[in-house]
Design a protein around this ligand. Structure first.
Ligand code: NAP
Length: 251
């Protein structure tokens, strides 16, 4: 263990989470790469370690209360008190409301909202003790409403209220909470959406780019850059904010 800060990034075996984990490691933090599949998490951790950082892979379902408690304790023991938390794990179960099953509603709410709640409750114990903490939650432009995503947009709007309340409750302990609301980011998640609507991913991205003011879709590194700022010492007076990282104004 060392004095170096420890971050936990959920859903970090790929996509945005993996980019955030790698960026925080470059910023000098130790990183727990947490995802459902421990082997996939360890692969990202190995890449970070090979690049001169320090990381461990942790297998954990963020919606499982016991698994979360065990995982966060393991991070504290193996790396150090987790004082930076990025709640990034997410899934899609898109459908129009008349066709959406209750299971698809529950699955999405469980991973995004219950998962963020359980991870944050476990990690804030270390943050408040350390009198320092940075909580970064992944919302989405879909929080404003998006056809076929009643479950996901409700979860992502919920992440914003969750973030603001954390900021109010935990501020006096030196803990900030902020949300990043990405627009279209090229990852497996958006590739799956392209497949669902029957489009080639390249054509899907090109069509999306046309509607974005900066005329391109986002990359996981665009989100990692924002997470890097929110996680930093110098961001200590920024709390309870939702930043749309979407290539244009969204709110
Ligand atoms: P992604 O490529 O699908 O990656 C999500 C990761 O979360 C996967 O590794 C997945 O693991 C993991 N995960 C799912 N359920 C989990 C659980 N119960 N416990 C732990 N890990 C779990 O998605 P992404 O595009 O990088 O998105 C990351 C976050 O950004 C999500 O919260 C998403 O909603 C948000 N976001 C993305 C976009 C976008 O355009 N991509 C836009 C706005 C917001 P498996 O691979 O094992 O399923």
């Amino acid at each position: 263990m060392s004095d170096t800060r420890t971050a936990v990034v959920t859903g970090a075996a790929r996509g945005i989470g993996a980019a955030v984990a790698k960026r925080l490691a470059k910023d000098g933090l130790q990183v727990a790469v947490l995802d459902l599949d421990e082997a996939a998490s360890q692969k990202v951790a190995d890449e970070i370690n090979a690049d001169g950082g320090k990381a461990i892979g942790v297998g954990c379902d963020v919606s499982n209360e016991e698994a979360v408690a065990t995982a966060v304790e393991r991070v504290a023991n193996e790396l150090g008190a987790p004082t930076v938390l990025v709640n990034n794990a997410g899934i899609l179960r898109d459908n129009l409301i008349f066709k959406m099953s209750a299971d698809d509603w529950d699955a999405v709410l469980n991973v995004h909202l219950r998962g963020a709640f359980l991870m944050t409750r476990a990690a804030q114990a270390y943050m408040t003790k350390a009198k320092f903490g940075r909580i970064i939650n992944l919302s989405s432009t879909s929080a404003q409403g998006n056809r076929g995503q009643v479950n996901y947009s409700a979860a992502k709007a919920g992440m914003q209220g969750f973030t603001k309340t954390l900021a109010i409750e935990l501020g006096k302990f030196g803990v900030t909470a902020n949300a990043i609301a990405p627009g279209f980011i090229a990852t497996d998640m958006t590739a799956a959406t392209a497949e669902r609507v029957g489009m080639e991913f390249e054509a899907f991205k090109a069509a999306a780019a046309q509607a974005i003011p900066v005329q391109r879709v986002g990359t996981p590194d665009d989100i990692a850059a924002m997470a890097s700022f929110f996680a930093s010492d110098e961001a200590g007076f920024v709390s309870g904010q939702v930043v749309y990282v979407a290539g244009g104004p969204e709110d």
